[in-house]
Design a protein around this ligand. Structure first.
Ligand SMILES: Cc1cc2nc3c(=O)[nH]c(=O)nc-3n(C[C@H](O)[C@H](O)[C@H](O)COP(=O)(O)O)c2cc1C
Length: 313
């Protein structure tokens, strides 16, 4: 509990829960809703350009007086410009995905920005710690979207054993028991994505939300395993076709016919056949709608109840 209290203080949050920065989904207003509810809201810059990111940061700052962050996907062609925008806009915290943010850490630290890279292997966490980052998000393969190979169960303790920084567990967390397990593994907090997709404030298409609510975890699959760009999502005609063609030996370039704009098709058009219905292995546990506030409070209360039960048993 000491680690959790320290994290809450470090990030100015009520609950030790970060919202995953989801591309095309986590807008400024969604991130503000999470921060207002006591978690840490994070704008997902993945599908934006640098100027739309600036607009979303300003929108978020209008809607909350609480701290919030920005997730920069390093594969984004505008990631270098975005690295400057977060400095100019005095963003509180940056998380990064899809690579090594080493070249930006010095700049962000000079601007007093807290830096929490997302990693999927212990070696990157160790390298990042040596550059002076403030914490690590250890994202296991159970999570939705782009994934690595290690499970949260194996990744979090190995990172905690190597570095003396707050570690946030991500991937496979949607209940108090899972949050408690993350704490037992050494984490100071958790990052959640899939559970928040069904929040009232989450701006995804109703079809996508309903699909999440109905899906079982056995309906989750991974595209791009062979080509080295694995993405976890709900099985549908697009993912079946993708995996079949991948097995036939189609090149990553040929396979782009399925993936180009596919998350946008799911998020904005609600296209359940051709869209990329990204979701993690907890999807079978996500079966109730609610406001962001209800979801965060519910998760944290469930964690406290199970913690008490465990200690008393
Ligand atoms: C629809 C979707 C989109 C995502 N997009 C991003 C992204 O743009 N950048 C990123 O670092 N992580 C992304 N993630 C991962 C989340 O930030 C988070 O770490 C993950 O969802 C946690 O696992 P969970 O889904 O089991 O809660 C995405 C996840 C989902 C479900």
């Amino acid at each position: 509990m000491v680690k959790i209290m320290k994290l809450n203080e470090q990030l100015g949050i009520k609950y030790p829960i970060l919202q995953g920065g989801m591309a095309n989904i986590a807008t400024g207003s969604f991130a503000a809703a999470v921060s207002n509810a006591g978690g840490l809201g994070i704008i997902g810059a993945g599908g934006m350009d640098a100027e739309s990111l600036r607009r979303e940061i300003r929108r978020c700052a209008e809607l909350t007086d609480k701290p919030f962050g920005v997730n920069i996907m390093l594969l984004n062609p505008e990631s270098e410009k975005m690295a400057q925008v977060v400095c100019e806009e005095k963003v509180f915290l940056v998380t990064t995905g899809a690579g090594n943010p080493g070249q930006y850490v010095k700049l962000w630290k000079e601007h007093d920005i807290k830096v929490f890279p997302v990693v999927s292997v212990p070696s990157l966490a160790i390298r990042m710690a040596s550059l002076g980052v403030d914490g690590i998000i250890a994202e296991g393969t159970e999570g939705g979207g782009h994934i690595g190979e290690m499970t949260t169960m194996t990744l979090v303790p190995q990172i905690c054993a190597e570095i003396d920084l707050p570690v946030i567990a991500a991937g496979g967390i949607a209940s108090g028991r899972q949050m408690l397990a993350a704490e037992a593994l050494g984490a100071a907090g958790v990052q959640i994505g899939t559970l928040l997709l069904v929040a009232d404030e989450c701006p995804i298409h109703e079809n996508y939300k309903n699909r999440i609510l109905k899906a079982k975890s056995s309906q989750i699959t991974v595209t791009g395993r062979i080509g080295g760009t694995p993405v976890r999502l709900i099985r549908n005609p697009m993912s079946r076709e993708y995996i079949a063609k991948e097995k036939e030996g189609w090149t990553p370039m040929q396979l782009e016919v399925f993936t180009l704009g596919s998350l946008k098709k799911a998020v904005f058009e609600g296209d359940l056949d051709n869209g990329s219905l990204m979701a993690g292995l907890v999807v079978g546990q996500v079966n109730q709608r609610g406001s962001v506030k209800e979801i965060l409070e519910g998760l944290y209360q469930d964690y406290l109840t199970n913690r008490k039960r465990l200690i008393c048993s």
